[in-house]
Design a protein around this ligand. Structure first.
Ligand SMILES: Cc1cc2nc3c(=O)[nH]c(=O)nc-3n(C[C@H](O)[C@H](O)[C@H](O)COP(=O)(O)OP(=O)(O)OC[C@H]3O[C@@H](n4cnc5c(N)ncnc54)[C@H](O)[C@@H]3O)c2cc1C
Length: 400
């Protein structure tokens, strides 16, 4: 019987784990190990683009790619990780239960937006976390032109002024005007609990976010939390009322709940601590990649953040090392000292930074061109050609 590598999740971490494991098996001429990816869909959903319009297109098919490199795909949702019996129970699209045995497991089930216990949040707030939710928001925005004009119709409230909140908010003026007409008096508001605009993102970058917000006429309400949300708006903690038919929640991401089924240490976001080979600390046969993994990126004390740039690299190393573990060959030490960000700021442009202190390197249209390249090319999977795909999975290829 073939040895089994099971990868749970077909996001950036899962896809690159599968390709990289296939690459190492190919290098060693081994066909006695089977790689299986278990996920709800055989497509890579491009989450970093979910704040953009035409969101239903933001996915790439995977079946041909997996076929080309000899990876098996099982469609289903993992429910139980049984470490004692080395198997994962899942439910398929028809609701039937199945089991997949593994010799080595890579958990790559990503992260989810947290819904805090705020009154009305579940019923009335939109979000851009998963493709279904982002598509629902898009349909809602496009339907606003059938609603009689009012302050509520013309106002979008984005809750949270972090990376996702800023990218979502700065895109909103153009998206609202596309739906409601160029001359409509629209309003976009970011509600954030911090004392200053985007202060947590760094001294260099925050003045540019202020400038872009002014240019786009986006208002920030600082030092504020949301007490409740209803169909016609939000009420803030201090009682302030904002009329809005479109409230978008962007606060708080947490690793997949599957992480709780693996014995190990977790960080505050639920991510599993992994060693330098991306094996879950204290486990012998479970690796983690992508947003479920908390890994040191360098020897200077920096750790991965929930991001594509880390998920792709973590996937390549985890895939290589899970195969290396089975083959008994030397694993590779995960290292990703370069950290960059490229923040989209709507019609103002974008900001590209380098380093953990976010030193600004490009702004406005130059950064925007880079962002367009990242979003339309770099984060997509390789072509469904065996040699190309295996070559692209080399962990030593820098992501940024
Ligand atoms: C709006 C938005 C904007 C973003 N912008 C950026 C950005 O500009 N730059 C950046 O670097 N990052 C950005 N990110 C973060 C980035 O998208 C994530 O860090 C990245 O997608 C994580 O990759 P992943 O493979 O760990 O998880 P995901 O991409 O979330 O993939 C998880 C996979 O696991 C599957 N899965 C989940 N549960 C199960 C289960 N129970 N059983 C089986 N399969 C399961 C899912 O279906 C999916 O295939 C953004 C995210 C959002 C939401």
């Amino acid at each position: 019987m073939k040895q089994q590598i099971l990868i749970v999740g077909a996001g950036f971490g899962g896809v690159w784990s599968a390709l990289s494991a296939a690459r190492l098996l190919d290098i060693h001429g081994r066909n006695d190990v089977e790689i299986t990816v278990l996920a709800p869909q055989a497509e890579l959903r491009i989450r970093p683009r979910f704040y953009e319009p035409n969101v239903h297109n933001m996915k790439a098919p995977l079946l041909d790619l997996f076929d080309a490199v000899g990876v098996k795909f099982v469609q289903g949702i993992a429910e139980v990780i049984d470490e004692n019996n080395s198997q994962v129970s899942y439910r398929d699209t028809l609701g039937r239960q199945g089991q997949l045995r593994y010799d080595r497991l890579v958990l790559a089930a990503g992260s989810q937006l947290m819904r805090l216990p705020v009154e009305g949040l579940l019923e009335h707030a939109f979000d851009v976390d998963q493709i279904e939710a982002a598509t629902r928001l898009e349909a809602h925005i496009n339907s606003l032109n059938n609603v009689p004009a009012s302050a509520a119709r013309n106002t979008v409230v984005v809750v949270g002024g972090g990376f996702t909140g800023i990218e979502t908010a700065t895109e909103m003026p153009a998206r609202l005007r596309a739906s409601l007409g160029e001359n409509t008096d629209i309003r976009v508001i970011i509600v954030d609990r911090g004392p200053q605009i985007a202060a947590a993102m760094g001294d260099d970058i925050s003045p540019l976010i202020v400038e872009a917000s002014e240019h786009l006429n986006i208002d920030w309400i600082l030092n504020s939390t949301v007490a409740s949300i209803d169909a016609n708006g939000v009420t803030l903690g201090d009682g302030t009322r904002i009329e809005s038919n479109t409230v978008i929640w962007t606060v708080g991401f947490r690793a997949s709940p599957l992480t709780e089924q693996v014995e190990g240490t977790r960080d505050l976001q639920g991510r599993l601590h992994v060693d330098k080979h991306l094996k879950v600390l204290g486990r012998t046969d479970v690796f983690a990649a992508g947003d479920v993994a908390y890994a040191a990126t360098d020897e200077a004390g920096n750790f991965t953040v929930m991001s594509c740039q880390h998920s792709i690299a973590l996937g390549r190393y985890a895939g290589n090392n899970v195969a290396a573990d089975l083959l008994g060959v030397e694993p590779m030490t995960y290292s990703q000292p370069k950290y960059v960000t490229c923040l989209d700021l709507g019609a103002w442009g974008a900001v590209f930074t380098e380093g953990w202190d976010r030193q600004v390197k490009l702004i406005k249209h130059e950064a925007k061109e880079l962002k367009a390249q990242i979003n339309s090319m770099w984060i997509y999977p390789p072509a469904a050609d065996r040699a190309t795909a295996l070559a692209a999975a080399d962990p030593l290829i820098p992501v940024a």
